[in-house]
Design a binder for this molecule. Structure first.
Ligand SMILES: [Zn+2]
Length: 214
């Protein structure tokens, strides 16, 4: 079946001109695989959500998204002495990858959160709690967050101050939390493409690629 090319369809073009629009419209249908529900947004902020690494998408700016929200990531079971285990991460820095490798095989080892303070929800076994976390220095360095550079003497003092006072709210003030636009994803399984694998889509070649699936 041949469809009309609506960009060349005169009645619509006249209508568009009559409406005074200069640009073509764009909208995305709600798809629970890619879009957060209202309840999920609340849960992300209040409790955090435990996920597998491939449920977290890397964005073109190097930060992370869960569905269409930017998030910070940390390990679900704190107390793992793994490197990077006591920090929340903004990027796929080597400390996060090391920490994840050390809990490889554990179900949903990663917590994602949009809580504004560094007091982040944790669980140990079935126990829910809240614990203070510090931001990962390597992530700030990788993003060059607000000029962060602890390796250059000239910037070191200021960078350490930023590190000390940092909160997720400061991160989300600079990197919009919600909604993340489709073009911000480094790679995303296309809802209409062959890869419609739903929540369990594991893909390949993602930032988690060196971790073996459970
Ligand atoms: Zn990090």
């Amino acid at each position: 079946m041949k469809l009309v090319d609506f960009l060349e369809f005169e009645p619509f073009n006249r209508l568009r001109a009559a409406m005074g629009t200069r640009r073509l419209g764009y909208f995305e249908l709600f798809d629970p695989r890619y879009h957060l529900t209202g309840a999920e947004r609340i849960r992300l902020e209040q409790e955090g959500i435990g996920v597998s690494p491939w449920q977290v998408q890397r964005l073109v700016d190097g930060t992370f998204a869960f569905k269409n929200s930017r998030v910070v990531c940390y390990l679900a079971n704190q107390g793992t002495a793994a490197a990077g285990g006591d920090h929340y991460h903004l990027t796929d820095c080597s400390l996060l990858l090391q920490a994840l490798a050390s809990v490889d095989g554990q179900e949903r080892p990663l917590m994602v959160s949009t809580a504004p303070s560094g007091a982040l929800p944790t669980r140990v076994g079935n126990q829910q709690g809240v614990r203070p976390f510090k931001v990962c220095e390597q992530c700030l360095q990788k993003l060059g967050f607000e000029g962060f550079d602890a390796q250059r003497n000239r910037r070191r003092g200021w960078s350490l101050q930023l590190l000390d006072a940092f909160t997720p709210a400061r991160f989300f003030a600079r990197y919009r939390q919600y909604p993340v636009k489709p073009e911000e994803f480094a790679q995303r399984v296309d809802a209409e493409g062959a890869g419609s694998e739903g929540d369990d889509a594991q893909g390949s070649g993602g930032w988690w690629a060196h971790l073996s699936p459970p």
